[in-house]
Design a binder for this molecule. Structure first.
Ligand SMILES: [Zn+2]
Length: 276
């Protein structure tokens, strides 16, 4: 054992992704005395402005949106008891195909090696035992999420890899339940049709998921963290579920283990299995 606390590092694209994707594990591991480090890569300036104004619309001032989202992120970190928040502050690249993809300073346009060198520096500083980010499709094809995967993969090579590395994912059975809940709430949600859509299929068949972490006891914290990001339309949607339904649906967080030096048997129920 080392003299340094066990450390979880989560690398996310935008302010609010920490809550949706990993709010449960951040809260749970903080409660277990594990040091939690959140790296947020972009400023979120392409998010919704006051009153839901979209980029380019009246009332959407990207600098003001970034400032607001930073405050929301800090509030979320407080709720999730994140030990250290590190912001790389790249420009939000917007959705695939937006002009913001190629704007100066956008995360998507930043060379992978350049951003990875900064992340590797943070990895050398914190020496995480477990690193979590998105899969190669950025879970749902958002350029900043794809870029977060790329720079994390490269930074792990540069810094000397962490013992365990995970990609966030969702079981297909959960995606189906999610669709039901959205329809109940009155959203015009259609089951994504992978044949018809250019989007990569979201999530994995249940049997391919390596790691199921039960964070239902921390569902309230996860919900409150997401509520701290209430300026963003898609979050308001989650919040409409109410705490109970939200926890029921989102309380267990699932991951694909992509690197491991511990030999912990799969499937596992703890990101730190084999480390303590
Ligand atoms: Zn995001």
């Amino acid at each position: 054992m080392t003299d340094r606390p066990l450390t979880l590092m989560a690398v996310h694209a935008h302010p609010d992704d920490e809550a949706t994707g990993t709010g449960g594990v951040l809260a749970r591991y903080a409660a277990e005395g594990i040091r939690t480090v959140l790296v947020t890569c972009t400023d979120g300036a392409c998010g919704d402005g006051p009153g839901g104004a979209k980029p380019g619309e009246e009332g959407h001032d990207p600098a003001a949106v970034a400032a607001m989202r930073r405050q929301e992120l800090e509030a979320s970190c407080e709720i999730l008891k994140v030990s250290h928040l590190e912001m790389l502050d790249y420009g939000d690249s917007g959705m695939m195909g937006w002009a913001a993809n190629d704007a100066p300073g956008s995360f998507w346009k930043t060379p992978v090696d350049e951003a990875a060198a900064r992340l590797a520096e943070l990895m050398r500083q914190y020496r995480p035992d477990v690193v979590v980010t998105y899969d190669e499709n950025g879970f749902y094809g958002h350029p900043d999420h794809i870029q977060a995967n790329r720079i994390t993969t490269r930074a792990l090579e540069l810094a000397g890899t962490a013992p365990k590395v995970y990609w966030t994912t969702a079981p297909r059975t959960m995606m189906a339940r999610f669709g039901e809940v959205l329809r109940e709430l009155g959203a015009d949600w259609e089951e994504p049709d992978p044949e018809a859509s250019e989007m990569p299929e979201i999530g994995l068949p249940d049997e391919e998921i390596t790691t199921w972490v039960d964070a239902t006891a921390f569902g309230g914290q996860k919900f409150d963290a997401l509520a701290a990001h209430a300026s963003q339309g898609e979050n308001i949607f989650f919040l409409k579920m109410g705490k109970e339904k939200f926890t029921d649906l989102m309380g267990v967080e699932t991951f694909l283990r992509v690197h491991d030096t511990t030999g912990a048997p799969l499937p596992e129920t703890d990101l730190f299995a084999g480390l303590r």
